[in-house]
Design a protein around this ligand. Structure first.
Ligand code: SF4
Length: 328
């Protein structure tokens, strides 16, 4: 703990969201820094690769004024794939040639794209290779075998959709102010200074208005009722503090079907008029952290499950000692 009584010298958007999702999760991740069970979902590889691509695309096209090449597009899928292997999120086939393994670990991501594309699928066991690179078979509830596309194809289609629709998000007159840039600012509460930290995907200036687009990739259909998040209120508050006016939030949703790899695009926006209560919300969370208030909650939440929470087994291992006993 540092002088503010928090595990880090700042409170980030990720930390605030973690506490809101489950205070016990926050404690295990940031206070105890417990080892996390490695959970890998191909959807995460898609989301991370898409975000790295979008960031680099905007820097290249709007800041350096260069058109991205075909190999540049796929590169981010392979880069994130190799990073997931390095973090041991994706298991490498234990029987693959040592030379290939050495090539990849020494590559430091500097292998030429063609070699990378050739080597990457060879690293995996059959099931993972099919899922990510060659396509797989799914058995329907009626017992039918259905051929499904690989995730790399979904990624390609997402990138295509992104490029087709980027002109709906960044208009010609827009000025690109920030692309995934760390943003910090300080606020005072009860005589102590706190630093709020976050990384918005993109910040634009359109005439006198600040626009904050946010990229979302999802295998579910977006729903206008669920668009508003705690995160965007925090970013709006942060933008207000740093730029002096409230931003227009734009959510660019790229939804894909795992069955056919088809992608659709939807754009939503929220024009925040007032975020004066955000500081109170943030401070309520800070108070909870400083007072060691870390209940386990949201048992009914999708997140509280072995497939999503990396602390599930250690957190849930205690047996329920309050047994129900029939006495009459
Ligand atoms: S298992 Fe459930 S209660 Fe425990 S940390 Fe994870 S989300 Fe929270």
């Amino acid at each position: 703990m540092n002088k503010t009584g928090l595990p880090k010298d700042y409170i980030s958007n990720a930390q605030l969201n973690a506490y809101k999702k489950c205070p016990q999760f926050y404690k295990r991740k940031y206070v105890l820094q417990e080892n996390e069970t490695s959970l890998f979902k191909p959807e995460w590889l898609i989301g991370r690769s898409f975000h790295s691509y979008a960031k680099n695309f905007i820097m290249q096209k709007y800041l350096m004024k260069e058109e991205p090449t075909e190999s540049f597009k796929r590169f981010f899928f392979y880069k994130n794939f190799l990073e997931a292997i390095e973090k041991k999120e994706i298991m490498v086939d234990p029987l693959i040639d040592d030379q290939i393994k050495a090539n990849v670990s020494n590559a430091n991501f500097n292998l030429d794209f063609e070699t990378l594309e050739e080597i990457a699928p060879l690293l995996l066991l059959d099931d993972e290779r099919d899922l990510l690179f060659t396509g797989y078979t799914e058995i329907s509830s009626a017992g039918k075998s259905l051929k499904r596309p690989p995730f790399v194809q979904i990624y390609d289609n997402l990138i295509e959709k992104f490029e087709q629709n980027i002109c709906n998000v960044i208009l010609e007159q827009d000025e690109v102010l920030q692309v995934e840039q760390n943003t910090r600012f300080n606020f005072n509460r009860y005589g102590k200074e706190y630093t709020l930290y976050g990384i918005p995907d993109l910040v634009l200036k359109r005439e006198n208005k600040i626009i904050v687009p946010d990229w979302k990739t999802t295998s579910k259909s977006p729903n206008a009722d669920n668009i508003k998040t705690f995160q965007d209120r925090i970013y709006s508050y942060g933008i207000f503090q740093t730029h002096g006016s409230l931003p227009l939030f734009q959510y660019a949703y790229f939804s894909y079907s795992k069955a056919k790899a088809e992608v659709s695009f939807n754009l939503y926006q929220i024009d925040y008029q007032d975020v004066s209560d955000v500081e109170i919300d943030i401070f309520e969370i800070i108070k909870g952290i400083k007072n060691n208030v870390f209940p386990k909650y949201n048992y009914q939440n999708w997140f509280c499950s072995s497939s999503w929470c990396p602390f599930y087994s250690s957190c849930q291992e205690k047996e329920d000692k309050n047994q129900v006993e029939r006495i009459a």
